[in-house]
Each structure stands twice: as C-alpha cells, then as structure tokens.
Write a protein that binds this ligand. Structure first.
Ligand code: NAD
Ligand code: DAU
Length: 360
C-alpha cells in the first residue's frame, strides 16, 4: 500500500470532546476528517451541523467493536492518523451498569488497535513513520489523591477506582503493549475534567447550569469537597493537536488546566453566573437550590494533573482561565435552548430519574 492521505479518522467524534476536536481541527488544519461514531445516547450529529455540506467532513455511523467496518474504513480512506475518543464516559453510569464500558472501552480499543496495526503494517516506509494512533484517556486511571499529595505525573502508578476508570486503564495498557511489542506508533494522553460547549447534561457542570436555570435542586454528592482539575475543552483539543504533531511515539502525556476546584465552589460559581446572566427579581439566589445528596460509591476525592511534561516537550499550555471558561460555558448553554431540548430525550430523563431518585 502507498503512503496515507491527508485525512484522519476520529472515533467518537459526535460526543462532547470529539465534536469540539473536529471543529477545531478543520479550522486549524483544513484537513479532512472521517468520524466513526455509533451515536449512542452521548453522540449527537447536530454538534457538527456547521460542517453540513463540507466535503472535508464525513460521518460514518458504526461501532468501533466491528473489525470488518474498521478495517474497511482504513483501507478506503487511508488516514494518516487515528484519534480515538469513542468511549462510554460517565462514571455514575459505569457504577449502575458496567458492561457497556468493558465492551466499548476495552474490546473496542482492542479492535481499533488490531485493525490499525494491520493497516499500518501494509503502508510503505514513509507512511509507517508518519502514521500515529492517538489514544485519548483520562486522569482517573491514577486513582485518587489526598489533600497534600503531589499531582499525577506520567509515572504515577495506575490505581483505577471505578469501572469506568478500570476500563480506561485497561485500554491504556493495550495501547502501551502495541507500541512495546510491535513498535506500533501509539501516543496516549491522560486528561483532567473537561468543560465547555456540547457537554452532555449528565456531567456536573452542564447539569448544574440547566438545573439552576430551571429552578431545580442542585444535587451535590457527599460533602461537596471532592476536587477536580478543570480544563476548557478547546485547550484539550489544542493539546491533542500538539501531541499528534510533535509528541514522541510510545510516550504518554498528562493534560490539565491547573484549575483545581472543590465541587461546591464550582456549583456556587455557576449559581452566581446564572443569577447575573438570567436575573430573576424577587426570587432567592440560585445557590439556595444546592442540595446535598448521597455520595457516589467509591467517589475519588481529588484529581490534580502535573502537566509539566507536555509544557516542556511540546510547549503546550492552556489558554483559558477557569473563571472566563466557565462564563463562556454558561453563556453557551443559555444561548442554545434548541440543542438542550434535542439532547434531553426520554432516555435522558430516565437516567436522571434513576440516578437522582436513588440518591435523595
Ligand atoms: P462522550 O460520552 O461525550 O462521547 C463519547 C462518544 O463516543 C459519543 O459520540 C458516542 O456515540 C461514541 N461511542 C460510544 N460507544 C461507541 C462505539 N462502540 N463505537 C463508536 N462510537 C462510540 O465522551 P467525552 O466526554 O467526549 O470523552 C471522549 C473521550 O475523552 C473518552 O475516551 C473519555 O474517556 C476521554 N476523556 C474525557 C474527559 C471528560 O472530562 N469528558 C476527560 C479526560 C478524558
Ligand atoms: O477526570 C476526567 C474525567 O472527568 C473523565 O474521564 C470522565 O469521562 C468525566 O465524566 C469526568 O469524570 P467525573 O466523575 O470527575 O465527572 P462528573 O462531571 O461526573 O463529576 C464531577 C464531580 O462532581 C465528581 O466529584 C462528582 C460530582 N457530581 C457529579 C454529578 C453528575 C456531583 O456532586 N453531582 C452530580 O450530579
């Protein structure tokens, strides 16, 4: 087979981070993207409606667990890289029903790696050297930190605590093994909590924005003091581009926002922003809606990322501060009522009822 073309194959590109990545990628590089996405509850083709009719973008609805489909897409499009986002991504769902997480995150990553390795092994020398498989992973593989522990670095031992984190850890190990065994050019990124436009409103920030807007209770798990390190999604996208362009194959890169916040502080900031941007005279501040509910089983206390390796080697750093990024995000949800209506289907309402009725 000859050298690959200019295109890339993105998996899970109709989800939150994947759709932001495709929009940023086409704007930054102009190069074509094939998006392989099963369109589960979390996948929304409308996130990419601004690319309707654009010859540089093609959506293929399909499953990363399907080896024939993955193999035929690689042979047909001959991409120069695969950026692998597709996953089951919500920790609470992995506690309620772990099976889908093992299937997509472990089996699906295995199928992709295996098909990609076959495709790569048939490229010419130049094609093989240029090809990259970028495996998008999470900081949750490292487990939980105490208050004064140093942040996760690339050499922190894996200690996943939820079925979601364990499935992502397994996929990271497979990716590592494909590099170690065959020299298959894998890069892995482990990123902290993302927020921004198009995030499905099962996750903390969009859920709280929508509940605050609608005057519903704001369900804070446990004592609200669990800490996450927040990164604006476009900064994650620029980090992935940097790793794809300049990262050393076989390496892992931690990506984070240097923005550790306790959940209760994030929720309070959201309340203040909604009060400011959608004032309601004569009603109490939205922070009165905060309701402490039963904790997530096995809830990791703190995540923090040491992003010094990617800063040093690839000269990447986040562009967005948490406060300005959160303001942009709240504004985005206020301005996109139709998008919100389109994602809050019956299945979504069932999940919200199940998760929060059991906690109250
Ligand atoms: P998401 O749940 O919003 O999107 C996942 C996408 O994958 C959806 O479009 C879904 O339809 C698709 N998908 C699911 N199963 C599939 C299958 N079998 N075949 C093909 N497509 C399938 O997830 P996200 O928040 O955008 O996360 C994307 C990736 O980034 C995941 O791998 C996640 O582990 C990782 N990550 C997420 C965060 C975060 O804060 N959201 C942080 C670090 C890493
Ligand atoms: O750290 C990266 C990870 O961040 C990603 O790998 C995951 O895909 C992503 O979902 C996210 O996981 P978290 O579990 O940290 O995100 P979530 O938005 O579900 O929760 C953030 C924090 O808020 C967590 O401590 C749990 C808490 N929480 C969450 C919800 C949904 C609440 O207190 N109330 C809620 O209703």
């Amino acid at each position: 087979m000859s050298s690959p073309r200019d295109s890339i194959l993105v998996t899970g590109g109709a989800g939150f981070i994947g759709s932001n990545f495709i929009l940023c990628w086409i704007e930054a590089t102009g190069a074509p993207v094939i998006n392989l996405d099963l369109l589960t509850y979390a996948g929304n083709p409308a996130n990419l409606s601004s690319l309707d009719g654009d010859a540089r973008y093609q959506l293929v609805r399909g499953d990363i667990c399907d080896p024939e489909l993955v193999g035929s897409l690689l042979r047909e499009h001959q991409p120069r890289a695969i950026v692998h986002f597709a996953a089951e991504s919500h920790v609470d769902r992995s506690i309620a029903s772990p099976e889908a997480f093992i299937r997509t995150n472990v089996q699906g990553t295995f199928v992709l790696l295996e098909q990609a390795r076959t495709y790569w092994s048939q490229l010419d020398q130049a094609g093989q050297s240029a090809f990259r498989f970028l495996h998008v992973s999470t900081d949750e593989v490292y487990g939980s930190l105490g208050k004064d522990d140093p942040a996760f670095s690339e050499t922190t031992a894996y200690a996943p605590n939820s079925p979601y984190a364990a499935s992502k850890a397994a996929s990271d190990h497979l990716a590592r093994a494909y590099f170690h065994t065959w020299g298959f050019p894998v890069l892995t990124t482990n990123c902290s909590n993302n927020y921004g436009p198009f995030q499905f409103p099962e996750k903390l920030i969009p859920l709280m924005i929508l509940n605050a807007l609608e005057g519903k209770p704001l369900p804070v798990y446990g004592d609200g003091k669990n800490v996450r390190d927040w990164l604006f999604v476009e900064d994650h996208c620029s980090a992935i581009r940097a790793v794809l362009e300049r990262g050393r194959v076989g390496e892992t890169y931690n990506i984070g926002g240097n923005s550790e916040r306790a959940n209760i502080d994030v929720v309070t900031s959201i309340c203040d922003l909604v009060d400011e941007l959608r004032p309601q005279s004569g009603t109490p501040p939205r922070s009165n809606l905060i309701t402490y509910v039963a904790d997530r089983p096995g809830h990791d206390r703190r995540y923090a990322i040491d992003a010094s390796k990617i800063a040093r080697e690839l000269e990447w750093k986040p562009a967005q501060q948490f406060e300005s990024g959160l303001r942009r995000t709240v504004r985005w949800y206020l301005d996109h009522a139709a998008w919100i209506d389109s994602v809050r289907t019956g299945a979504y309402r069932e999940w919200i009822a199940k998760n929060y009725t059991e906690r109250s």
